[in-house]
Ligand binder design. Structure first.
Ligand SMILES: Cc1cc2nc3c(=O)[nH]c(=O)nc-3n(C[C@H](O)[C@H](O)[C@H](O)COP(=O)(O)OP(=O)(O)OC[C@H]3O[C@@H](n4cnc5c(N)ncnc54)[C@H](O)[C@@H]3O)c2cc1C
Length: 384
């Protein structure tokens, strides 16, 4: 792919966006999700989803620079990302790689179109960082798996049609007894209980499985392949996310700087001196994130998952939290006052970004776990 082809692609996206019906997002999470789902259908009809998926999965077979270009063009006009990111970025590629032909043709097209939404059922109350301790069982009886157990922190389970579920199919110790099942979220015996987050949203859930029946044909790979496939899924979550999040964080900081500049123009005396230092620090953090995202993009054009994805995850968590902490510090006590404005910054937007940023060092594997990976797999430090 040449630079000229990439520029032509950017022009095509800009032209489409200039006449697209770009939605604004309601504060209410469920209403927001419905809007994002419609937006995904629009992006799909415009041929802008599955850019890096191979054509045999219904994708465009382009490299990751195209995906990043799309993300940036969307962010530039403050258009949102599509609703079904777990399917598009995380679970879909694993089904493409490890699934059967029947599974690929059944599940991948509706992931692209947004007709079906996925969730990822890995974490359990006693198995988060240590996924090898998963206890949810799937017992095979006459061609059907019977699933029992509990998952937690399952993002979007309350709106999902399907779940990529990590289950124990054998009493074999640890990772060797794990398998990867595709579960219909409307099956009898599934109970979804939303959990309220610090931001006030209920994006993730507890999910209970009581004698849920799943056809054996919904197994991805072979019994016992669950660990390898789950690691593939997590590597997408760790690796591909940085470019998307960089664009969003950078846009949020850009908007904040615009508001601050406007406030400064109105009343220079009212603006505290520390503002310049704070914004400067946030801008430096943004540049660090940018450098990391560019390096990752270059690497992902030529190679797949790598322990370097853990470095990305660490840099992303640290810089995202630093940037939003800087903006939060400018709001001071106004942060907790819904709808208040200080130095031109809106408390609701800054507060939500700041609180969501706290999750960056937890989801997709905590920062401590990423440091373990870096120590053992990149630096060769012996396991403790
Ligand atoms: C916003 C958000 C969305 C999420 N969405 C999903 C989802 O859709 N699906 C899903 O399955 N999960 C999801 N998760 C769960 C996430 O993957 C887990 O929270 C994460 O893996 C940590 O597991 P835990 O919460 O059980 O913490 P624990 O594993 O109990 O860890 C507790 C603390 O101990 C530390 N620790 C644990 N083991 C070690 C070790 N070996 N060395 C050093 N320190 C260690 C951890 O770093 C952490 O600080 C989500 C989490 C968040 C925050």
């Amino acid at each position: 792919m040449t630079d000229e082809q990439l520029s032509a692609f950017r022009r095509r996206v800009r032209a489409w966006l200039s006449s697209a019906d770009i939605p604004s997002l309601p504060d209410d999470l469920d209403a927001r999700f419905a809007v994002l789902r419609r937006w995904q259908r629009d992006l799909y009809r415009a041929g802008l989803l599955g850019l890096t998926w191979p054509p045999e999965w219904g994708g465009s077979g382009l490299d990751s620079r195209y995906q990043q270009a799309l993300i940036e063009e969307l962010v530039n006009v403050r258009a949102p990302q599509p609703a079904g990111l777990i399917g598009l970025d995380v679970v879909g590629p694993s089904i493409g790689r490890f699934g059967t032909e029947r599974q690929r043709s059944r599940y991948l097209p509706p992931i692209l179109s947004g007709d079906e939404i996925w969730c990822q059922g890995f974490s359990e109350p006693e198995a988060g960082s240590d996924l090898a301790s998963v206890k949810t069982t799937a017992r095979l009886e006459s061609g059907t798996y019977i699933v029992n157990g509990q998952k937690v922190w399952t993002s979007w389970a309350h709106v999902a049609d399907w779940c990529a579920l990590l289950v124990r199919t054998s009493v074999a110790d640890g990772r060797r007894g794990l398998s990867y099942l595709i579960v219909d979220m409307r099956s009898r015996g599934i109970t979804v209980r939303p959990l309220r987050q610090i931001s006030g949203d209920s994006e993730f859930n507890e999910v209970f499985f009581e004698n849920v029946t799943v056809p054996a044909s919904n197994l991805v790979g072979l019994p016992g392949d669950g660990w390898a496939i789950a690691m593939d899924t997590l590597s997408h979550e760790r690796g591909t996310y940085i470019g998307r999040r960089y664009a969003e964080v950078s846009a949020a900081l850009g908007d904040a700087c615009d508001s601050l500049a406007e406030a400064l123009g109105r009343d220079q005396a009212a603006v505290p001196e520390r503002l310049f230092e704070t914004v400067g620090e946030a801008k430096v953090a943004e540049q660090v994130l940018h450098a990391q995202a560019v390096a990752t993009l270059g690497r992902s054009v030529t190679s797949g998952a790598s322990p370097l994805d853990s470095v990305d995850k660490l840099v992303l968590a640290r810089t995202e939290q630093d940037i939003f902490e800087s903006l939060r510090s400018l709001l001071g006590p106004f942060l907790n006052e819904c709808g208040e404005t200080a130095w031109g910054l809106r408390s609701l937007a800054v507060g939500r970004d700041y609180l969501y940023g706290r999750a960056a060092s937890i989801y997709g594997g905590t920062s401590q776990i990423q440091k373990n990976i870096v120590a053992e797999r990149l630096l060769g430090v012996p396991r403790d």
